[in-house]
Design a protein around this ligand. Structure first.
Ligand code: NAG
Ligand code: NAG
Ligand code: NAG
Ligand code: NAG
Ligand code: NAG
Ligand code: NAG
Ligand code: NAG
Ligand code: NAG
Ligand code: NAG
Ligand code: NAG
Ligand code: NAG
Ligand code: NAG
Length: 610
């Protein structure tokens, strides 16, 4: 009995001991989490509302436990948290596998105590504001996911700690101001990596040949570094690659043969480097969604195969030395978004079907040698915001519907041989801010409906063949800052309503056949700094009101103006401003005859005010 009693006692002793052991672990975990809570501030009052000592830690929001009610995960990313993380206490959570604290405002140092979190598989401290170097974490050899991107770490990253992390699948340490280093060899041993984000973290030297060993890579991002040398051909071994970002480095040479083997590649950006040679290697990359190679030294033709890429939505090849035509079916298959091939030597016609799906936002093809007409299809491109084809050799009639596209902001067609009229369609262009269409062969009148394009800031239609009058309604354009209509065949008078365009700073209507008087309303345009009315048939007197303007340029030369030059305009700087107006006179500008006699009294007054 005593034996059984004592064994019962012993049993309950052990049970009690075991129970209290569990409880003490439990209460320790509670304490750890309450300590974490007290270390953090949140601008969201509900962030820790479930975190109180009356609950089991396993009921705290963001906390996950295993079947034994032991904390295994802390998921507090993106909760507007600030504070210093108490790693010494957090890592007392013996079973912690996931610590996710990204997208907060955590600060201070990350300490070596982190090494006690030996079970961690997932660590996200990214997108925070830590300071100092990141500590050695060689005991965290179970890590699979490590996100430290954009979190403020500086100094030298503990690359050697990666040696033991053979299970690492994702490594993201970009956007940190580390000391410059060559590409770390340790990374090349992480054979399971499928995601490597090392952009903008001061890498220099060459991309190592060994990159070809990381055959699981889906995403490789090395942009915004100081990498030099060429793209190693071994990159062609990364058959699973879906995204390759190399932009803004110092990379030279040709696209290596083998790159074209990356048939799963959808996003490739090697812009802003010194790459050269042709683009032929890319002709097999039929799954490309976005190709960006701007600001390099590529030459040769754009491969015809690009015209068959079924997923292509973004193509940016500007600032290279590309020649020849663009494939005509380019962009016609997918929901195309934008093309920018400006500043090359491309020729031939503009591909007509890039807005076939109606999704195109920007067509940027300026500064090339494109010929032919602007395809009529773009008049239907209702999402188009920027249409820029300036400095080419385009001809034919401008599709009038483009003037009235509903969300277009910029129409830039200057320096071509484009014909046609500015049609009343423009009344629909409610967001149109800029028209730069100078140096073309546009004809017809400026429609009065232009007044309904109320967002216009800049209207440059100079050096065309426009005729008729400047419409009165132009006065309704309250944002108009620059109006350039010089070198056309406009006639009639300058509408007095122009004085209602309260934002005007630059007006040039020179070289037309404008007649009548200069409207005195122009004198009320307080922001006007440049007024060029030269080479017209303007007559009558120069309105006294112009005296109140602070102009840096005034050109009224080559007109038929008469009478006195207003006193305050008669300063030396303006002495070319009035030439070739035989009827003008002045008291002070020597080149002009003195005005007909005035009374002695008014002369006295003038003398006194000098
Ligand atoms: C729960 O604890 C028991 C005893 O310590 C252990 O055998 C078991 O593996 C634990 N379960 C989990 C999910 O950790
Ligand atoms: C940066 O880190 C966050 C987590 O903080 C992660 O979700 C994101 O994917 C990382 N970005 C890149 C490009 O690796
Ligand atoms: C790797 O882990 C082993 C044991 O897991 C340890 O002895 C060794 O020091 C670690 N290596 C590094 C470089 O930390
Ligand atoms: C590069 O990283 C720094 C932090 O080191 C960040 O402030 C900056 O925005 C990043 N640059 C880019 C282009 O993302
Ligand atoms: C880029 O790296 C080269 C060495 O490859 C170095 O000479 C140069 O100073 C670095 N430039 C910057 C801006 O870090
Ligand atoms: C590319 O693929 C071809 C054919 O499959 C193969 O012969 C070549 O070695 C590959 N190149 C690279 C760099 O992997
Ligand atoms: C592209 O350049 C390679 C050499 O880099 C050359 O072999 C090939 O003929 C060129 N292709 C075209 C179409 O010019
Ligand atoms: C295409 O480019 C636009 C503008 O830069 C961007 O907003 C969009 O996300 C890009 N689309 C793809 C699929 O990359
Ligand atoms: C524009 O769209 C209309 C209606 O969808 C269609 O009838 C017309 O043919 C299209 N015009 C062009 C030039 O694509
Ligand atoms: C377009 O061409 C004109 C005349 O050749 C030149 O003055 C202007 O700078 C060019 N525009 C651009 C954006 O290069
Ligand atoms: C006024 O405009 C005409 C035509 O563009 C130009 O020839 C003249 O130089 C301009 N006047 C001044 C002072 O710039
Ligand atoms: C103004 O006239 C003087 C001589 O009378 C001449 O030297 C100067 O170049 C002229 N200035 C302008 C802007 O025409």
């Amino acid at each position: 009995m005593s034996a059984s009693n004592s064994s019962k006692q012993l049993f309950s002793f052990y049970a009690l001991f075991f129970f209290s052991l569990i409880c003490s672990i439990k209460s320790d975990e509670l304490q750890v989490l309450l300590k974490l809570k007290s270390a953090l501030q949140s601008s969201n009052p509900d962030a820790f509302s479930s975190w109180d000592s009356g609950h089991s830690p396993c009921r705290f929001s963001g906390i996950t436990c295993d079947a034994n009610e032991t904390v295994t995960q802390i998921e507090l990313s993106n909760r507007m948290l600030a504070g210093v993380l108490p790693f010494d206490s957090i890592c007392q959570l013996q079973s912690l596998e996931k610590l996710s604290m990204g997208f907060n405002s955590l600060y201070g140092a990350v300490t070596e105590d982190l090494n006690n979190c030996v079970k961690l598989q997932y660590l996200d401290l990214g997108n925070n504001a830590f300071t100092g170097a990141f500590p050695k974490i060689s005991s965290l050899n179970k890590l699979q996911y490590l996100y430290l991107n954009k979190s403020g770490f500086s100094g030298t990253f503990p690359w050697k700690s990666l040696k033991n992390m053979s299970n690492l699948v994702q490594l993201s340490i970009g956007d940190n101001p580390f000391d410059p280093i060559p590409f770390p060899e340790e990374v090349l041993k992480l054979k399971k990596l499928n995601w490597l984000y090392m952009a903008n973290c001061s890498l220099q030297g060459q991309i190592p040949v060994g990159i070809g060993c990381l055959t699981e890579l889906i995403d490789l991002e090395l942009s915004d570094n100081n990498l030099s040398g060429g793209i190693p051909a071994e990159i062609g071994k990364l058959q699973k690659l879906w995204m390759l970002e190399l932009y803004n480095n110092e990379i030279r040479g040709k696209l290596p043969s083998g790159l074209g083997n990356l048939s799963n590649l959808e996003f490739f950006d090697a812009s802003m480097n010194y790459l050269e040679g042709n683009l032929s290697e890319l002709r097999t990359l039929t799954n490309l969604v976005s190709l960006q190679l701007f600001a390099n030294q590529f030459s040769g033709q754009v491969p015809a195969e690009f015209g068959e890429f079924k997923k292509l939505v973004n193509l940016s090849l500007y600032k290279n030395q590309l020649t020849g035509p663009l494939p005509q079916k380019l962009g016609s298959w997918a929901k195309f978004d934008f093309i920018d091939v400006s500043e090359n030597f491309l020729s031939g016609p503009i591909p007509p079907e890039m807005c076939k799906q109606g999704t195109m936002k920007a067509l940027l093809m300026l500064q090339n040698r494109f010929t032919g007409e602007i395809p009529a299809s773009y008049a239907n491109c209702s999402g188009l915001q920027r249409f820029r084809v300036s400095n080419n050799s385009l001809s034919g009639t401008f599709p009038s519907g483009i003037w009235g596209l509903p969300v277009v902001k910029l129409i830039d067609i200057e320096f071509n041989q484009i014909e046609g009229e500015i049609t009343s369609d423009i009344k629909n262009a409610k967001t149109l801010e800029t028209i730069t269409a100078g140096h073309n062969k546009l004809t017809g009148e400026l429609p009065e409906e232009i007044s309904q394009a109320a967002a216009l800031v800049k209207v440059e239609l100079n050096n065309n063949r426009l005729s008729g009058q400047i419409p009165d309604a132009i006065g309704e354009l309250k944002h108009l800052s620059s109006l350039k209509l010089q070198s056309n065949s406009l006639s009639g008078s300058i509408p007095a309503s122009l004085g209602s365009c309260v934002s005007l700073s630059d007006v040039n209507v020179a070289d037309n056949s404008l007649s009548g008087k200069i409207p005195s309303s122009l004198g009320s345009l307080l922001t006007l700094s440049s007024l060029n009315l030269s080479n017209n048939k303007l007559s009558g007197q120069i309105p006294e009101s112009l005296s109140s303007l602070r102009l840096s340029l005034l050109d009224l030369s080559n007109n038929e103006l008469t009478g006195p030059i207003p006193q305050s305009l008669s300063i030396e700087a303006y002495n070319g401003s009035f030439s070739n107006n035989p009827g003008l006179c002045s008291e002070s500008v020597r080149l002009f005859p003195r005005c007909p006699t005035e009374t002695d009294m008014s002369k006295d007054v003038r003398n006194k005010t000098r």
